[in-house]
Design a protein around this ligand. Structure first.
Ligand SMILES: Nc1ncnc2c1ncn2[C@@H]1O[C@H](COP(=O)(O)OP(=O)(O)OP(=O)(O)O)[C@@H](O)[C@H]1O
Length: 772
């Protein structure tokens, strides 16, 4: 039986924004004026930069918290409500955004006398877990990384080099090789955070004596293991706590040289973040906009937290002082935009042992191939190094390096272009769909007296048309660029091939080139994984929408289950329906043509040719001396104990053979099954619930093993379609030879009945008993 999973309930939440205003230091107090006022813990009022209030600006946030609040207060209000969810399989992200010196690190990491959100969250997770640990097994692990100059470093592993990001079909973006440490005590956490923080890259800047120059991401993963009727399950909640580097512009820090470059890179990430926030804000309003997550490592890491499966909170840190006015305004502007972002939170349920996606395996195979080639290459290099003559050629390989680099760039460009195009096309599909709906609505409301609805619809239609046109134009540009890019790739490849064939060390060069190209194939495959993920995501959304429609139709869960069950579909997570009470087939009435057609038997005669088409969910038996050559499947009858032996065709010596219920595609045409007296053992139109496999299986087993001259003798409670008439007889148990079920109308049962579940046997009552 096909199985689908009931949708995990999905909750759409808006990104929470809390603005935190840090206190002025004594030195600042004597030098600067305050330009910020906070009202009702929700509104931030900013005076003009000159201190006047002529053009003061007001921003409302979920929280606006002044200097009197400690980290614990911020935690209690903003973060604590997320923790329970993390322990129950939900994701959460908290990130601190603000100019240098505005208090991000203070908020996230804190001080011994005022521990920050990282420590407080972990402590609460432990409390949560320890309360439930007697009932479930939990595992809490942490990783801590920093992104510095667009390179990822592991803060918990000093020896780790640069780490790379990978898109995992199941888990989304992951950092390959990042150390994950199991934690089980607060002391261990404090130690880890201390070690991690001490490794962060910091500098003295004009604005902050110990300014963090990197973005730090602490990820806490909570796994809860439990068992239910689907087997071993694991709920996996993740919490990311992010301390971003200062959002100042590089030029504003008076930095030069390396510091300036750091600033530029910090800025690149934050600019990318700001662009994503902008695009996401726009997306919520206009229903489109390409979100450039791929533009920086930071935005790729934060992707889930910004738009995906996460409850997310942005803590925007600002200072009261007037010299920070522009930074404050910038921060508030982005915080205000971020309020618009919506995320969709859903539990991460996985079945233990079931997580290896095919694509991931492909990538792993390629990686293995790459490492094999790398080994071969090393061997070749050793050989070459032994020959001084070859050294000069080796030195001369810089052209290959350059070419490889060009190819790499070319592949990366193409990937970005294709991804952008894909997303654009996807958006336009949605746009066209909406347009269609709008047109229908407009037609409906065209003659309304009050034309306000019509106007709104027309306005929206105009926006959608604009969007479609913009997207089409952008798409055409992307397509052109992709073509150019592909032409460039072919050129580069040709150059490499030519160079290799004219070089003395062709084998070595070929391996080198192959190795590099494989690396690129790998990248391309990763891209395909990402695309596939997106398609899967979209399909999930479609399925989710269908579920919403189904639920919105007013049908009860039970009715939905019954409907699904009649289609041979079980719905995971909702349990099986209790037995369905079918109406008995009316005595003596032939099965209507409709039933025959829908049910799949096209013609059915007492003798001669019986032709089946699309036979599904049927068990047929022929009672004459026949051989049936049908592959009629009972495709949808699946039970954990189902095996062919149960009711597979049994060739009786009395020249009787059952229709072969082999598992074929449901709509395969089956013709040429001769003979008469075809019995439909499972017709749902008569009285047997298809969902009731246990009964079905047993009934069929009884039928197939009953050792009587006719198979279905008078002792058999048969569900018989015989010349279009249902007939009910008696069941005889094959082991004890006792009647399991005597007369339907008498409703007598004997001791063997427990073998057939009583409730199910009830269903086979048929009032047309023997009435032909
Ligand atoms: N809420 C607060 N209460 C008391 N002191 C604070 C508070 N917030 C920040 N500070 C102090 O202000 C200074 C700058 O704070 P912090 O280092 O957290 O800034 P930052 O935003 O992380 O800066 P950068 O981006 O440069 O790393 C520190 O000396 C810190 O102790």
């Amino acid at each position: 039986m096909r199985t689908i999973r009931a949708p995990e309930s999905k909750q759409t939440t808006t990104l929470q924004v809390a603005v935190r205003c840090r206190p002025l230091t004594p030195a600042e107090r004597s030098r600067y004026r305050e330009v910020i006022r906070i009202e009702n813990d929700k509104v931030v009022v900013v005076s003009d930069s000159d201190g006047s209030r002529k053009q003061e600006k007001r921003y409302t946030f979920d929280y606006a918290l002044g200097p009197e609040y400690k980290n614990q207060d911020i935690y209690n209000r903003v973060v604590a409500p997320m923790i329970q969810g993390v322990c129950q399989g939900l994701n959460a992200t908290v990130f601190a955004y603000g100019a240098t010196g505005s208090g991000k690190t203070y908020t996230m990491a804190g001080r011994p006398d005022d521990p920050g959100l990282m420590v407080l969250s972990l402590q609460e997770i432990f409390r949560c877990v320890s309360k439930e640990e007697k009932d479930h097994k939990y595992e809490v692990t942490c990783s801590y990384l920093e992104v510095y100059n667009e390179v990822i470093y592991d803060l918990l592993d000093k020896s780790s080099g640069h780490l790379e990001l990978r898109e995992d079909p199941e888990q989304g973006i992951v950092v390959a090789g990042l150390r994950r440490v199991q934690v089980n005590s607060t002391a261990k956490i404090l130690e880890l955070l201390h070690v991690g923080n001490s490794r962060r890259k910091t500098e003295k800047t004009d604005a902050n004596a110990i300014s963090s120059r990197s973005h730090a991401v602490l990820e806490i993963m909570v796994k809860k293991f439990y068992r239910n009727h689907h087997g071993s399950q694991v709920l996996q909640g993740k919490m990311a706590l992010v301390d971003l580097a200062g959002s100042e512009r590089a030029s504003e820090t008076n930095n030069v040289g390396r510091k300036l470059r750091d600033g530029a890179n910090i800025n690149k990430s934050l600019l990318a973040l700001a662009n994503c926030i902008n695009a996401l804000g726009k997306q919520q309003k206009k229903g489109l906009a390409y979100v450039p997550y791929r533009n920086s490592k930071l935005t790729r890491i934060l992707k889930d937290g910004l738009s995906g499966n996460s409850r997310t909170c942005m803590i925007a840190t600002v200072s009261f002082a007037d010299h920070q006015y522009h930074h404050t305004m910038n921060t508030l502007k982005y915080a205000n935009r971020a309020k618009e972002i919506k995320t969709h939170v859903q539990k991460n349920v996985g079945t233990v042992n079931s997580h290896v996606a095919d694509y991931q395996r492909l990538v792993s195979n390629l990686q293995a191939e790459v490492s094999l080639l790398r080994k071969e290459l090393e061997e070749k290099e050793v050989q070459l190094n032994g020959l001084s003559t070859c050294r000069s050629q080796d030195d001369g390989l810089s052209w290959l390096d350059t070419l490889s680099r060009d190819i790499n760039e070319n592949v990366e460009d193409r990937i970005n272009l294709q991804k952008a195009l894909f997303e654009l096309e996807d958006k336009n599909t949605h746009n066209h769909h909406e347009l269609q709906q709008l047109d229908n609505q407009i037609a409906k409301h065209q003659f309304d007296e009050d034309n306000s609805i019509l106007e709104t619809l027309c306005e929206r239609r105009k926006v959608i048309l604009d969007n479609i046109r913009d997207n089409d134009e952008a798409g055409a540009v992307y397509r052109q660029e992709i073509e150019q890019n592909e032409a460039q790739r072919r050129e580069l490849q040709e150059i490499i091939e030519k160079a290799i064939s004219s070089n003395n060390n062709a084998t070595y060069l070929r391996i080198l080139s192959q190795y590099r190209l494989l690396g690129m194939t790998n990248t391309e495959l990763q891209f395909q994984i990402a695309i596939r993920d997106q398609i899967i995501d979209n399909q999930r959304e479609v399925v989710g929408n269908l579920w919403s429609v189904l639920k919105g139709s007013g049908l009860h869960q039970r009715q939905i289950l019954e409907l699904a069950s009649r289609q041979g579909i079980t719905i995971e997570g909702w349990g099986m329906p209790s037995p369905i009470n079918y109406m008995p087939h009316r005595a003596g009435s032939p099965l209507s043509k409709d039933i025959l057609r829908n049910g799949s038997i096209e013609t059915c005669t007492t003798s001669g040719l019986v032709q089946f088409t699309s036979v599904t969910s049927r068990y047929l038996e022929c009672t004459n001396s026949t051989v049936c050559h049908s592959n009629a499947g009972i495709q949808n009858i699946v039970s954990p104990n189902f095996d062919n032996r149960g009711f597979y065709p049994t060739s009786f010596n009395n020249k009787k053979e059952y229709v072969n219920p082999s598992f074929t595609t449901p709509d395969r045409n089956v013709t040429g099954c001769q003979y008469s007296n075809v019995r439909d053992l499972t017709s749902p139109d008569s009285y047997l619930a298809l969902s009731d496999q246990n009964f079905l299986q047993r009934a069929l087993r009884l039928c197939s093993t009953a050792d009587t001259p006719t198979g279905f003798s008078d002792n058999i409670q048969g569900l018989r379609l015989d010349n279009h008439v249902i007939e009910t007889r008696q069941l005889k148990h094959p082991d004890c030879n006792q009647l399991c079920y005597s007369n339907v109308q008498d409703n007598k049962r004997n001791s063997c009945l427990h073998d057939l579940r009583a409730a199910n046997v009830e269903q086979i009552h048929c009032t047309c008993n023997g009435n032909r």
